[in-house]
Design a protein around this ligand. Sequence first.
Ligand code: ZN
Length: 235
Amino acid sequence: MRVIKNGFLYQVTFMAKVFPVNCYLVEEEEGLTLMDAALPYCAKGIITAAANIGKPITKIVLTHAHEDHVGALDAIKETLPDIPVYISVRDNRIMNGDLSLDQEEDQTPIKGGVPKKLRTRANLLLKEGELVGSLAAIETPGHTPGSMAFFDTRTHALIAGDAFQTRGGTAVAGDIKPLFPFPAFGTWSKKTALNSAKKLVEYQPKLLAVGHGEMTENPVNAMQKAIRSLEQKLR
Ligand SMILES: [Zn+2]
């Protein structure tokens, strides 16, 4: 496990060299918000990382319902049963095993590892613009229909989940990067992801933090380049 701090954000990375999976601890005055829950074996590491910062985890927020983002959720909830879990209204359905699509959505199958044995259920369902502490929720469908990104209103750091990746080069969800193609393989709708990426760049983030890959400071140019790349491929 590796921890890198940037402002109020702590990136907690597992398997940094081979198959990097990130989750994040966001520092608030009263405690820490855990963003995503990595893989099943990561629970101890996440709890240790929080203990080292010295504040309690008070909330768990999920960017989307894929296995590599909810893996340690059950184990963490066993240790800390009273912490509320947040996810988008839309991905809550996937978290509950419902892979149906709505009429207005791109009619391609939902992909990626969807948890089958997860016991934890969300307590609070998020919509566009709602605040979780200092974090504003942004609906960014594409990787999954209910993917969400979170914008820290204090620092303008953007936690984008898998809407972007930076491992193997900065890319929009669905744009295959040969050195790390896995997030693309798990992406539901490329064209929807492209629209969400354009929405995110308008926030002019000062830091981009993703599910897979290093954090990027001043990421706007790299994000725009990634958008152009996927745009060309979809043309
Ligand atoms: Zn992922």
